[in-house]
Design a protein around this ligand. Structure first.
Ligand code: ATP
Ligand code: MG
Length: 659
């Protein structure tokens, strides 16, 4: 069939069209929320393909893998080129792809494991304990805090000393020890062939920096590099973009300085504001029309962000017609009254014909959703939640993955320890003994697995109580690798489940049935991978830095209300948005208020992101009394982000009596 020719001019406004058809070189699109930045990038990709660029010459970097997938699907519907050959995803997933090809150049081996935050913490603990550093005398930072410090150093491309000085001054006097731990931790990762999330980027950048041949090769391959949400990139990501694009490469980035909300994680809005310093010949495009929201919502958003001093002034014009309904400000008696109001209103919206998946409930902090979750459950309103404990971070999912990881990467200490600690009677000390015994076997050091796990493991001395289970473990591991070849992921999961895990789970967890369903879901999801390494990488990537957190076995377009934090709502849109707990101290967060103007301004940008998710209806709700506060009931005031605005911009709803 002939390609459906795109009428670019009809589907884009003048400014968008100019960006989409911009000549090669560097292009910055800076524009407000809902102005079509993501749409512009999507059409740019289509336009490149229409003009003879090959899919494999395009690299698209997005904030979530889901965003990349959606954009590629959209492109696929527009053009005939084979978009599966394009590289698209988050910085981390692209970094992972690079490293799978080239990790050996860095002293790693191909089958390296990726550690999520929990694995990282476990490894850090091992490193600290064996470092000989006295952690008792002084209030020594917890392993996860040390992890945060290293992560911030990596992502901002600064030294640990500098991070301590600016962010953790109370640890400055133990800087020397922390630096020593960093070195030990780095070595340990290479030794156990594991990378943490930050390595996926730091090591990729190192690879490109230190190996000219690779740099040239990839710069040649990726003729066109495109980045969405550029305002939330950090120095490391910025460096990656510079390396992969090359001085004279073709780069298009889009972003909105008013939506920069990740500085706490090292993001630097300077990357977009000072774009010209590195790319002096870049052309800049601005889009000043908002297509997403009705004018009533947009006026509120414009008025709010105008209170920020540090920003590029823009006044977004609405493309849509007035709705005749102002955003609602809804004070309620309590948290549970708030939950009831929302549930009630959702049922009414449904009656009016709004689909549940066109409704979102957004909050500042995850615990703000608890009462709402309970209320929705009680009323049988389906919802999906994209924060809190992620699917892939749950203990049973990680347990099963630990078997797979160890079977493939026999240096993976963290997975080994996790696995053997499942055996009743095996604690930290015996697990470590077993690990050391394992290290003495030749197989633990060989790159290719020869022989059977059972031949190697069974002779090891284990505590008597553990004997039987241990043997079972060994036989189960045998089934995962047959003749040196890892089995497909679903087969592995089945072997682990039937071999050892089912019994363990039933003895250990009350809700074994739920967990069993989770593992079935995991198995379904895994069936799309033939290479277990690829599957395991994907698991780790999904659990850590991304907002995709469910396997697709649970379809996203299932008719359900979305509950999510404001941070994770970035880039998305819904017909109706409920912004809840809009009380001072909740949003803005109390800590941000105490901090500095900069902290408060970031909080206001988050507020701006929140309200600009709404297309048609926006509800700002808050409870007048917080019954859950630590020191008893607390009287709440509306958020200063609301009281600083003219009340003409909203309509106050009085639903208090009778609720
Ligand atoms: P955000 O800042 O939230 O990431 P954005 O600038 O990326 O927003 P998009 O998500 O690309 O904006 O677009 C917002 C909405 O407006 C989408 O539904 C999109 O399809 C629509 N839209 C954008 N441009 C146009 C246009 N020229 N004609 C019709 N609809 C448009
Ligand atoms: Mg966008």
């Amino acid at each position: 069939a002939a390609a459906p020719r795109i009428d670019y001019q009809a589907e884009l406004n003048e400014q968008q069209y100019a960006a989409v058809t911009a000549p090669p070189g560097q292009t910055l699109v800076i524009a407000g929320a809902g102005s079509g930045k993501t749409r512009t990038l999507t059409y740019r990709v289509a336009w490149l393909l229409d003009n003879g660029v090959l899919p494999e010459q395009i690299l698209l970097l997005t904030f979530t893998n889901k965003a990349a997938r959606e954009m590629l699907e959209r492109v696929a519907s527009l053009v005939t080129a084979d978009t599966t050959r394009m590289w698209g995803g988050t910085f981390h997933s692209i970094g992972n792809k690079f490293l799978r090809w080239n990790a050996e150049r860095l002293g790693y081996r191909k089958g390296f494991s990726i550690m999520d935050r929990e694995d990282q913490k476990d490894l850090m603990e091992t490193v600290i304990n064996s470092s000989g550093i006295d952690t008792a005398g002084f209030k020594f930072p917890k392993p996860e805090v040390i992890g945060d410090i290293f992560s911030l150093a990596d992502n901002t491309c600064t030294s640990v000393e500098e991070i301590l000085k600016t962010r953790y001054p109370y640890f400055e006097k133990i800087a020397e020890q922390i630096v020593r731990i960093r070195k030990l931790y780095q070595d340990k990762k290479v030794e156990t062939n594991c990378m943490d999330f930050d390595d996926l980027l730091t090591q990729s950048v190192r690879l490109l920096k230190e190996h000219e041949d690779l740099r040239e090769r990839y710069q040649r391959q990726f003729e066109f590099v495109l980045v969405d949400e550029y305002q939330d990139t950090n120095s490391l990501q910025c460096e990656f973009v510079e390396m992969i694009t090359g001085r004279d490469g073709n780069l298009m980035v889009v972003g909105d300085d008013a939506q920069s909300i990740y500085s706490w994680r090292g993001a630097d809005v300077g990357n977009i504001l000072q774009f010209h310093e590195y790319w002096p010949r870049a052309t800049v495009h601005k889009i000043e029309v908002n297509y997403r929201s009705v004018p009533e919502v947009l006026s509120l958003a414009n008025a709010s962000i105008a209170n920020n001093k540090s920003q590029i002034q823009k006044q977004l014009q609405p493309a849509r017609e007035a709705k005749g309904q102002l955003p609602a400000l809804v004070p309620l008696d309590s948290g549970s009254a708030q939950a009831q109001f929302i549930a009630q209103r959702i049922l009414e919206l449904q009656d009016e014909g709004t689909e549940l998946n066109e409704i979102a409930i957004l909050y500042r902090a995850h615990f703000h959703s608890m009462e709402i979750q309970m209320e929705l459950t009680a009323r049988g309103i389906p919802f999906q939640i994209t924060s809190g404990l992620r699917f892939f971070e749950q203990a049973h999912v990680k347990d099963v993955a630990a078997f797979m990881k160890f079977a493939i990467n026999r240096r993976d200490e963290v997975s080994f320890m996790r696995m053997v600690k499942l055996i009743p009677g095996v604690g930290g000390a015996s697990a470590l003994k077993l690990w050391n015994a394992w290290l003495k076997t030749d197989a633990s050091q060989a790159d290719v697995m020869t022989g059977k796990f059972s031949d190697l493991l069974i002779p090891m001395s284990v505590p008597k109580k553990a004997r039987e289970t241990w043997d079972q473990f060994a036989y189960t591991l045998d089934e995962l690798i047959i003749d040196g070849v890892p089995q497909p992921p679903p087969a592995m999961i089945r072997s682990i489940y039937e071999g050892v895990y089912e019994e363990y789970m039933k003895s250990k967890f009350k809700n074994a049935e739920q967990r069993q369903q989770d593992l079935e879901q995991l198995s379904n999801y895994s069936s799309r991978f033939t290479d277990p390494l690829e599957f395991l990488s994907q698991l780790s990537l999904l659990s850590g830095v991304d907002t995709d957190n469910k396997p697709d076995a649970q379809p996203e377009d299932r008719d359900a209300v979305t509950l999510t934090t404001a941070h994770q709502a970035k880039g998305l849109e819904w017909h109706t948005v409920f912004a809840v707990w809009m009380a001072d101290g909740m949003f803005p967060h109390a800590r941000a208020v105490e901090e500095s103007d900069a902290g408060l301004e970031e909080e206001r940008r988050l507020f701006y992101v929140t309200i600009t998710r709404a297309k048609d209806e926006l509800y700002l709700t808050y409870p007048l009394i917080n019954h859950q506060a630590r020191d008893g009931d607390i009287l709440m005031r509306p958020s200063r982000f609301i009281t600083e605005l003219s009340m003409d911009l909203m309509e106050k709803w009085n639903v208090r009596s009778g609720w």
